[in-house]
Design a protein around this ligand. Structure first.
Ligand SMILES: [Fe+2]
Length: 360
C-alpha cells in the first residue's frame, strides 16, 4: 500500500514525526548504526546566535590594509556595522521605546554572567574578534573630547565592553550594568539623535522614577561628530532623529569585570584589543565625566542611617535648577564650559556596599 503523501512545513522540511519515520527507515550497517548516505548537499554549519562572519571579514580587510600611522574613518566603522547581523535584545526593557519589546543591540568585549557571578569574553567577540579589535582601535584613535589634555593613564578612555546598537531610540533611563563613565558615539546618515543627559541626577535613591526629572536640568550632548564622555548612571535618553540608519557605540566598564578568570586575561589585547582598567582609574574617570557636564555639589546632607534601617534621602537633594535653558527648556552645554566642581562621589550612586560586582 502506498504511504500517504506528507506535506512539507513552512521551512521546507517534513514534519517532525515524518522525519523520525524516515530516520528509522534509514539504511543501517551490521551494528545497527546508520550508514552514511552520499549527498551533494553541503554540511550544515551552526553559526553563533549573533554577529556576522561577513562583518568580521570586512573588519579584517580594513585592519590589514591600515598602516600603523593611519586612522580608521567613520565610513570604515559604518561598513562593518552595515555587515553586522544585529540580534534583537529583549532583556533591555528599561531602554525600549513605548510599544517596542526589543532593541537591536549586541554586547562585545567582557560581559557578566549574572547567574554564576562570572565574567567572560562575549560570544560575539570570540566568534568575530576582528570586529571588536576594530572598534577598540577606533576609540583609541579618536579619544573623547573630555580627555584632551589628560596625561598618564587617563589619556585613553578605559573600558571593558562595547554596546553596539542599530536604530536605537533609547527612552530615558539610568544604566545599571556598568560602573558609570561611558564614551558614546553615534554614526550614520541621520539628523537629530543626540543624547539628552541629566548631569545633576542624584540617582534612584533621591529621584526614583526618571520620568520625574525636570527637562530643564538636562544638557544636550552631540555625539554625532565626536566621542563624548558622560556618566551613564545618571539619566539619559536619545533625542528624536530622522533620515537613514543610526548606529551608536557605547564604551563602558562592566560591573563584575574583575571576576574574569586569569587564564582569560592572557590574550585579551592581542586577540580582541581589550585592556582591563584598574579600578582606581574608574573613580577618577567618573569624577571627570561628572565635571564635564557640570554636576553640582550636594545641596543637602544625607540623613544619617539608623542602625538596621534604610535612610530616606530628601527628594530634592543634589538637584539644582539650571541658570539658563533654550527654547525647549534644555540647557545647551559643551564639555568643559562648567568650572570643575566637587560632585557627589560617583560610587555613591551604587547600592551600598559599593563593589565592582553585580548591578543592572
Ligand atoms: Fe544608557
Amino acid at each position: 500500500m502506498a504511504r500517504p503523501k506528507v506535506d512539507l512545513g513552512a521551512d521546507g522540511r517534513k514534519p517532525r514525526m515524518a522525519r523520525k519515520r524516515a530516520s528509522r527507515a534509514a539504511p543501517r550497517d551490521a551494528d545497527g548504526k546508520k550508514k552514511a548516505v552520499p549527498t551533494d548537499k553541503p554540511p550544515r554549519v551552526r553559526l553563533p546566535r549573533s554577529g556576522s562572519l561577513s562583518a568580521d571579514a570586512v573588519a579584517l580587510t580594513i585592519l590589514d590594509g591600515l598602516g600603523v600611522d593611519q586612522r580608521l574613518t567613520d565610513e570604515d566603522v559604518i561598513s562593518v556595522l552595515d555587515a553586522w547581523k544585529f540580534s534583537p535584545n529583549y532583556r533591555r526593557v528599561n531602554v525600549c521605546p513605548e510599544g517596542e519589546k526589543s532593541v537591536q543591540s549586541d554586547m562585545l568585549g567582557i560581559v557578566r554572567i549574572r547567574m554564576y557571578a562570572k565574567a567572560v569574553v562575549a560570544v560575539s567577540t570570540r566568534a568575530f574578534p576582528a570586529v571588536t579589535r576594530l572598534l577598540c582601535r577606533y576609540i583609541r584613535e579618536q579619544q573623547p573630547v573630555e580627555l584632551s589634555g589628560q596625561t598618564g593613564s587617563l589619556k585613553n578612555f578605559p573600558f571593558t565592553t562595547i554596546c553596539v546598537n542599530k536604530g536605537y531610540k533609547a527612552k530615558r533611563h539610568r544604566d545599571v550594568n556598568n560602573i558609570g563613565p561611558c564614551a558614546c558615539r553615534a554614526l550614520g546618515d541621520f539628523t537629530g539623535g543626540s543624547l539628552l543627559h541629566w548631569p545633576r541626577d542624584a540617582g534612584p535613591r533621591v529621584v526614583k522614577d526618571v520620568k520625574d526629572l525636570d527637562l530643564a536640568d538636562a544638557v544636550t550632548i552631540d555625539h554625532t561628530k565626536k566621542f563624548h564622555v558622560f556618566h551613564g548612571m545618571r539619566a539619559h535618553e536619545v533625542t528624536p532623529y530622522s533620515g537613514g540608519t543610526r548606529y551608536s557605540l557605547v564604551y563602558f566598564t562592566a560591573t563584575g569585570y574583575t571576576w574574569l578568570e586569569d587564564h582569560l586575561k592572557v590574550d585579551l589585547y592581542d586577540k580582541y584589543g581589550l585592556e582591563l582598567p584598574p579600578p582606581e582609574l574608574l573613580e577618577e574617570l567618573g569624577t571627570l565625566a561628572d565635571n564635564a557636564w557640570g554636576a553640582p555639589a550636594p545641596t543637602a546632607k544625607r540623613p544619617k542611617r539608623k542602625s538596621g534601617t534604610r535612610a530616606a534621602a530628601p527628594k530634592s537633594a543634589n538637584v539644582e535648577t539650571p541658570k539658563s535653558g533654550n527654547a525647549e527648556g534644555v540647557a545647551k552645554s559643551t564639555p568643559g564650559e562648567h568650572a570643575a566642581i566637587r560632585v557627589r562621589p560617583w560610587s555613591a550612586l551604587h547600592s551600598p556596599p559599593f563593589t565592582l560586582g553585580p548591578l543592572h
